[in-house]
Each structure stands twice: as C-alpha cells, then as structure tokens.
Design a protein around this ligand. Structure first.
Ligand SMILES: NC(=O)c1ccc[n+]([C@@H]2O[C@H](COP(=O)([O-])OP(=O)(O)OC[C@H]3O[C@@H](n4cnc5c(N)ncnc54)[C@H](O)[C@@H]3O)[C@@H](O)[C@H]2O)c1
Length: 442
C-alpha cells in the first residue's frame, strides 16, 4: 500500500522503512531503444533485477544472445556489467516497477503526437499491475498525457492511481553520443500524479543518478521537457531570421552574433540550414497541441522548417548560369559528428532541389542509412557543380579544396554552417557563399 506519509520504499511495500534509495527491486522496462536500453542497464548495474521488454523480437533475441542492437559510447561495457541482472523478452510480467520508454513520433499531417506506442505499452502493463507498483513514463509526451491517457488505461486493473499504485513522468534529456553519461549526470525532473509518487520514483532513480533530482507534478514535468527544446527552437529561428536580414543589409551575421554575444546577458544561437533530430523539431508541436495559443512557437517552427527553401534560393542564385546543375550535399545528419539523420533538414533541401531540376549527390562520412545513396567523397564531388554544406561535421574542416576542385565540373561552394576555411577554398578557385553573410568573402 502507498504510505500517506510518503516514506515508502522497498517495493514489497510491507514494512514502511525509509531508505535513501531503493535496492533490489524488479523493474520492467518497456522499449529497449536509445533511451530504454541504457536506462534498463543502468538500473541492472545498480543491483536491480531488470527485465527489458520490446515488441521487436529481433532486438530481444540479439540482446539475449549477448549482442547490442545499436552502438552508443559506453554501452558495451555497461551491458557486460549489467549482464547478470538483465534479460530481455517480448512479454510483460509482474514487477515492482514498470518503466515506459517507447517512441512518441510526430504525426506529420496533424502535427500532433502519435501516442499509439504509449497506449500499447500501458495496455500491456495493466493486467500485471499490483498494489504498490510504480509506473514511470519516460517517453516525451504532450502535457496531460500521463493524467489523461496513461492513468485511465492503467486503472483498467481496478486499482486507483495515486491510491493503490504510483505514477510519474520522468522525462529524458540525454543526447545521442553521450547518452549514458547524461542519463547518469544530468539533473532530472520527476513529476508525480501525487507527491508520494514523485518521492518513491526519486528513491529509485537515486540508485544511479548523480545529478540533482527535482520533484513536481506530472503535467509540469511533461511541460518542462518540451519547453527546453522549444526554447532552443525559437532561439534558432530568431538567428535564422536575423541571418536573412543580415544578408539584406550586406553584413555578416556570424560576425554580428559574435559581437552581440560580448554583451553579458546575450547568448544568440547559431543560424543554419534548418533544425532536425527527434527533439527540437518535434517537441514544440507537442507543447501547443492541446492549447489554443502558440503563435510564436508555430512561427519558429515555420522559419526553421523553411530554411532549406532559403538555402536552395541562395544556391540557385549562385548557379544561375549553369544548366541542370549537379549539387553535392555535404552532410545529411541532423547535426555535426553524429550518424543520426532523423528529421534532417538535408532531406527537405534534397527533395526541393530535385523538384527544381537539380541533380543531387550525397556525401556523409557518418550516416549509414538514408533515403538517397551515400557516396564516397570522390564519387560525390566528381563532375559536380557545387558543394552545399548542410551538416557541421568537424571532418569537413580538414578537406582539401584543391583536390576536390580538380574533380568538379564547376567550383562553387555554399557553406550553410560557416565551418569551412573560406579563404582556402577561394584560393583553390571556388566561388564561396556562406549562409547569412552578405559581405563579399575576400
Ligand atoms: N533518443 C534520445 O536521445 C531521446 C532523448 C530524449 C527523449 N527521448 C524520448 O524517449 C522516448 C524513446 O525514444 P528512443 O530514442 O529510445 O526510441 P527508439 O525508437 O530508439 O526505441 C523505442 C523502442 O520501443 C519499442 N516499442 C514500441 N512499442 C513498444 C511496446 N508497446 N512495448 C515495448 N516496446 C515497444 C520499439 O520496438 C523500440 O525498440 C521517445 O519518447 C523520445 O522522444 C529520446
């Protein structure tokens, strides 16, 4: 039973003993993806008995045969460390804790969250729910999802949320490439449907989290996660708009931002050819989906989503004398130095450019899977007329423009990220344009 004093803890829930964190609890983690798997393994390596559940049988079989379904720094070591306390399966079973880390994609046509995986996970849990259990929703969701979608499904068990079992939303802030470090070290927000729920979940997370843990209600926690990314999206939209205005005035936005950021209370973001990934381009839509407000947020989404159109217009201006130009896209990952192309602005640029009569070739040294063929550097630049830098992969800085220029038909480069050494590319005979730079490059 849930303690009214909120000092519960061992999830057998009989004697109510206050401890600083929970030990040896049985935790079922639903969704063994980029967030669920590291989280499950962290709980297992902290001594809990963890069952990982995924509807993808291939993933389950791989894990049970000792292989990882994807790579992430540190995951291999963590998997080895957690092995004795972790197993994977496709079926939910009785547990003390159920943790949901399933996908919550954006439904493109309606710009609303597709909550079907959250609902199906909740449907899988409720037949196994017992008094005193804790259910954690880690998936990113629109405000009120925990209260209005998750709880009613769980209550099909006949138990009452907040009275018979605990429910919290505990959003994840980790970034691909540093997921494990960030899951452990970032500060966390836990929102309970009751204060007791949040307290119990805090004791569980304290078994491996080294960051601070802040408690609030479930809807606030949902909202907080979303406004973090909305803040970034709106700020990027601001500089993307300023980049276009700067070109109108014949000035360089990159220089202007550097100077403006000398102000002690100003921190302008960097402009670019658009925003991608599974968070910044999506979460702002979740914020406004159940609200009649949100004009600035939708405008920011519009500005960022149409940056590929702006880049294309600039590229077209550069190549106005070339019939049926071939353009090489440098980078299709949504951001530098990662292999993740989800929601990438590169795809929109490529599709728009193709519709405009351009032939497109793609080079990305990190991305393994993409809608278009990924070519070697040499194949990608051979007989091309122009390079368009979409992603700020560090390695692009070290490319040799002399060598690349020798393979190309015409030597044009559009730097959408301001990462190339422009003088070097000019010296190699390239006409160079930079997003947001209205000054001539000398
Ligand atoms: N990846 C990140 O860096 C990140 C960061 C912050 C927040 N998030 C959020 O975390 C959530 C999970 O994201 P992810 O990147 O780990 O997703 P993912 O696509 O990598 O993995 C999700 C897994 O859930 C499984 N699944 C779907 N329905 C299921 C069900 N009913 N029961 C069990 N398994 C099921 C899928 O087969 C898949 O293996 C999303 O809401 C996402 O927005 C992700």
């Amino acid at each position: 039973m849930i303690s009214k004093q909120g000092i519960i803890v061992c999830l057998t829930f009989e004697p109510i003993v206050e401890v600083s964190y929970m030990q040896n609890v049985k935790i079922s983690v639903l969704g063994l993806g980029h967030i669920g798997l590291p989280t499950a393994l962290l709980f297992a390596s902290a001594g809990h008995n963890v069952v990982g559940i995924d509807t993808d049988k291939r993933k389950v079989d791989l894990l049970n045969s000792g292989e990882l379904p994807f790579q992430e720094p540190g995951l291999d070591e963590l998997f080895k460390k957690a092995k004795n306390n972790f197993r994977a399966t496709t079926e939910v079973e009785e547990s003390d804790v159920f943790l949901i880390a399933v996908p919550t994609p954006l439904e493109e046509r309606t710009k609303a969250a597709d909550l079907r995986y959250v609902k199906s996970a909740a449907e899988m849990i409720w037949p196994h729910l017992k008094k005193g259990n804790l259910v954690i929703l880690e998936s990113t969701v629109p405000p009120k999802t925990t209260e209005r979608i998750l709880v009613p499904i769980l209550e099909k068990s006949g138990l009452k949320a907040g009275e018979d079992f605990y429910v919290v939303h505990c959003p994840e802030r980790a970034i691909p490439g540093k997921t494990i470090y960030e899951i452990v070290h970032n500060d966390r927000i836990i929102g309970g449907i009751t204060p007791e729920s949040a307290e119990v979940a805090k004791k569980l997370y304290a078994s491996f989290v080294k960051g601070n843990i802040y408690l609030t209600d479930a809807t606030t926690a949902e909202f907080v996660k979303l406004i973090e990314n909305t803040y970034r999206d709106v700020n990027i939209a601001l500089v993307n708009e300023l980049a276009q205005i700067a070109e109108d005035y014949g000035i360089n936005i990159w220089e202007a931002i550097e100077l403006a950021n000398k102000h002690p209370r100003v921190n302008l973001h960097k402009p670019g050819p658009g925003v991608g990934g599974h968070c910044i381009a999506i979460d702002p839509w979740f914020v406004i989906q159940n609200s009649s407000n949100g004009r600035m947020i939708s405008l920011a989404r519009y500005i960022n989503d149409t940056m590929p159109n702006y880049v294309l217009r600039k590229v077209r201006e550069m190549l106005k004398d070339i019939h049926f130009p071939t353009v090489t896209v440098f980078g299709v990952a949504y951001k530098g130095n990662v292999d993740d192309a989800r929601e990438t602005p590169a795809l929109r640029f490529i599709k728009l450019a193709e519709n405009d009569g351009f032939k497109i070739k793609v080079y990305d040294p990190f991305v393994k899977e993409f809608e278009y063929p990924l070519l070697s550097l040499e194949e990608a630049v051979k007989d091309s007329d122009c390079i368009v830098v979409i992603t700020d992969h560090e390695v692009f800085k070290f490319l040799d423009p002399e060598e690349i220029g020798r393979l190309m038909r015409h030597k044009f480069v559009f730097d959408g990220r301001n990462i190339l050494d422009h003088k070097k590319w000019k010296k190699a005979g390239f006409t160079v344009k930079v997003l947001g730079n209205g000054k001539e490059i000398l």
